[in-house]
Design a protein around this ligand. Structure first.
Ligand code: FAD
Length: 317
């Protein structure tokens, strides 16, 4: 069975959930092989979690440079592995960085690339949600080793024992002219809440929330559900919530198990970032709001009454 390379998304060896989703999808196509590019010691930290999620092999590409340089070492390592391991496909997370890696890698190895897939079958056919979610497209790469970026949350991660046999890979020296160096890292946190793109529950507020202070209502509901807080662009532009929490075409893409939209109309640009969520609950006082077209459960009502009641009821359980 051919290997399917999975680029591990991690911070100092702490593996992000999307990697486990990629390993699950990779099993449909062949034998998953995780590729850890990072600082020395990263793979050792990541190995157990990768083994639990079915990685048959772990390619270890570690150096101080690999940790400090953006994108380029990952592309170099993956390109070398495409040449030496002849994998069936390469899967990366459809994050800002992952999409850049995918594009550069495809050009480098002369392959086709499929960006931002929301599903992948055993024949290598990827499902993509395009034009702000207005169309669903199924496509397959026909040239070279398929390079596919998969949207976080699109595939449910499943555990499966893997040998995680380590194989060391040399990180090629990067030409300084091509290198972009990381100068500072600042964690974006929402307190103790899970990271927005990784959360299995997201509660978002829109312009209907009315003020920054009122966003406490959104946060309280998110907290009883153990979820992350998101916001529409109108809420962000109005200064109700910081930009890093914006969901949508020009914000983050999320696909949690549960997405709750409070006071959000459901413009196409917002839907583009959340409509592949498994269950969508909308609270809006306008029965004609477009968000109800995609909601699994809709409450026509005032969020200032509905959300606190929901928070209280859920808090009792
Ligand atoms: P509105 O459309 O104003 O809707 C507010 C809703 O709240 C209404 O439906 C109203 O009925 C309801 N409401 C009001 N009060 C209450 C209450 N008390 N109880 C219950 N409901 C109430 N938008 C994004 O979100 N993300 C993006 O990434 C994004 N990118 C964009 C990119 C481009 C190029 C462009 C042109 C636009 C983009 N937008 C994006 C903006 C988008 O078009 C909408 O303007 C925006 O999503 C609207 O946000 P909203 O739903 O919060 O506000």
């Amino acid at each position: 069975m051919s290997e399917v390379l999975v680029l591990v998304d991690h911070v100092d060896g702490e593996v992000k959930k999307v990697t486990f989703e990629l390993l699950t999808a990779a099993r449909r196509l062949g034998e998953p092989a995780a590729v850890v590019v990072g600082a020395p010691g990263s793979a050792a930290k990541a190995k157990d979690a990768l083994a639990r999620h079915g990685a048959a092999a772990v390619y270890v590409a570690e150096s101080d440079e690999a940790a400090d340089l953006l994108v380029t070492p990952k592309v170099d390592v993956l390109a070398a592995l495409v040449g030496s391991a002849a994998p069936a496909a390469v899967l990366v997370a459809a994050t800002a960085e992952g999409k850049e890696v995918a594009g550069r890698l495809a050009v480098r190895v002369g392959s086709g690339v499929l960006a931002d897939a929301v599903d992948l079958d055993g024949e290598g056919v990827a499902t993509q949600s395009v034009f702000g979610g207005a169309y669903t497209v199924k496509a397959r790469v026909t040239t070279g080793v398929p390079v596919i970026s998969l949207r976080p949350g699109a595939v449910e991660a499943e555990e499966s024992a893997g040998a995680a046999a380590e194989k060391t890979v040399e990180v090629p020296a990067v030409d300084p002219a091509r290198a972009v160096r990381v100068t500072r890292r600042e964690p974006v946190t929402g307190g103790d809440r899970p990271e927005l793109a990784e959360a299995s529950v997201v509660v978002s507020g829109g312009r209907g929330v009315g003020s920054a202070d009122n966003f406490a209502i959104v946060e309280k509901l998110a907290d009883v559900l153990g979820g992350a807080v998101g916001a529409s662009r109108a809420a962000v532009d109005s200064g109700y919530y910081p930009h890093q929490f914006q969901v949508g075409q020009t914000g983050k893409t999320v696909a949690p198990q549960l997405y709750v939209a409070l006071g959000i109309s459901g413009a196409i640009q917002h839907r583009a970032g959340m409509q592949t969520s498994k269950t969508i609950v909308a609270v809006n006082k306008d029965p004609e709001a477009p968000i109800f077209e995609i909601a699994d459960f809709g409450v026509v009502g005032d969020l200032f009454q509905v959300a606190p009641q929901l928070t209280e009821e859920i808090g009792k359980r």
